[in-house]
Design a protein around this ligand. Structure first.
Ligand SMILES: Cc1ncc(COP(=O)(O)O)c(C=O)c1O
Length: 359
């Protein structure tokens, strides 16, 4: 079997969820498990969290179906609402909470003959300018939906654009716009993503919506997951499958972009960009072997990458290689590649087997 595995630590996932709850005492939390629980496996994540999570949040009905399979009684929030009228019927059968983010969705909802009323989250565009009503538009929609047959709870939701940059003026503006609507009688309110859960108590409202922090990665560029008390959930581990010696002047890999400056020992690792390791990772990026960092040498290939083992003479064929995990934070790799942990986690491909531990 190819030596590459993504180990998912479900005890760490539970730890991180409970940490989010501690940050916002007395509040409820939708664990955001969209995109296959940020690449970790939605079914397994939901099963691990269902006895402690107040609810789950997903991007679409297909994801909600999967979550409902693992959590028969939990609240499940459709963050973008329904994409066509027929979805309201299924949402009602599944007992979902749904966002309503524009007039069209409100019309569809009011025209639907539902098995039971739905908990509705009216989405305010407080400044992200992606989805949602203006303040006035939301007031109008509130008046239309309040007391409608199709509506059980009527709630307020919005999303931050810059909460990961502490002190960003847009966050203050978004909070203010959100605050303008609090004179309406909502059953519940929700605003905080992970960054706001961790640093903006005034945004916690009744329901927080932590995503990335559950998986042990940081939403901040300047504050590491470790400093935040988060535990990494996924460890991506390959192995050394070949080792060779190069003379000074010889090159490694596609484009011959890395050239040995000295007699060098080069290891080949069983992980490449077709597994989700970023091809943009530059030479010098660290992986960890035997507890020691060693640098990437040359371009990442589809199924393999190369590392310079010259300063780790004890490294041997078959040694485990941590591409990311507790010793090589995914956020550090993401920064080296000009991306974010979210992207790396959600792009681990289907051919990488997930192995679940803890729970
Ligand atoms: C509407 C909404 N709420 C909450 C989240 C969770 O955000 P984060 O992963 O930054 O905690 C997301 C993620 O993109 C989202 O789109």
């Amino acid at each position: 079997m190819r030596p590459l595995v993504a180990t998912v630590d479900l005890t760490a996932l539970r730890h991180n969820y409970l940490l989010a709850k501690q940050c916002a005492p007395e509040r409820k939390a939708f664990a955001v498990v969209k995109a296959n629980a940020y690449g970790h496996g939605a079914r397994e994540a939901v099963t691990a969290l269902r006895d402690i999570a107040d609810g789950f949040a997903v991007a679409c009905l297909e994801e909600a179906e999967e979550v409902r399979g693992g959590a028969p009684d939990a609240r499940i929030l459709l963050l973008e609402g329904c994409f066509e009228p027929a979805e309201y019927l299924r949402a009602a059968e599944l007992g979902l909470d749904i966002a309503v983010q524009d007039q069209r969705q409100a019309d569809w909802l009011l025209a639907a003959d539902l098995a039971r009323p739905l908990n509705v989250w009216l989405k305010l565009d407080s400044g992200m300018h992606r989805l949602g009503f203006s303040v006035d538009g939301l007031r109008d929609c509130y008046a239309r939906l309040k007391g409608a047959l199709q509506v059980a709870e009527l709630n307020l939701i919005s999303h931050f654009a810059c909460a990961d940059e502490r002190g960003h003026p847009l966050t203050e503006a978004q909070l203010e716009r959100y605050g303008e609507l609090l004179s309406l009688e909502f059953d519940n309110c929700s605003l905080a993503n992970s960054a706001a859960v961790l640093t903006l108590p005034q945004a916690h409202m009744a329901w927080i919506r932590p995503g990335i922090m559950l998986y042990g990665a940081t939403p901040f560029a300047e504050l590491s997951a470790k400093e935040l008390g988060l535990k990494p959930v996924m460890t991506l581990t390959g192995a050394l499958i070949a080792i060779r010696e190069l003379q000074a002047g010889e090159s490694v890999g596609y484009g011959a972009s890395w050239v040995a400056q000295r007699t060098s020992r080069i290891g080949t690792v069983s992980c490449g960009y077709a597994d989700g390791y970023p091809r943009t990772a530059p030479s010098g990026t660290s992986v960890v072997i035997r507890g020691q960092r060693v640098p990437l040498a040359g371009r990442v290939s589809m199924d393999m990458l190369a590392v310079d083992l010259t300063d780790l003479p004890q490294a041997q064929l078959g040694d485990e290689v941590e591409l990311w995990g507790a010793e090589m934070p995914i956020d550090e790799l993401a920064q080296a590649c000009g991306t974010i942990g979210y992207e790396l986690l959600t792009k681990v491909t289907g051919r990488v087997p997930r192995r679940y531990i803890g729970g």
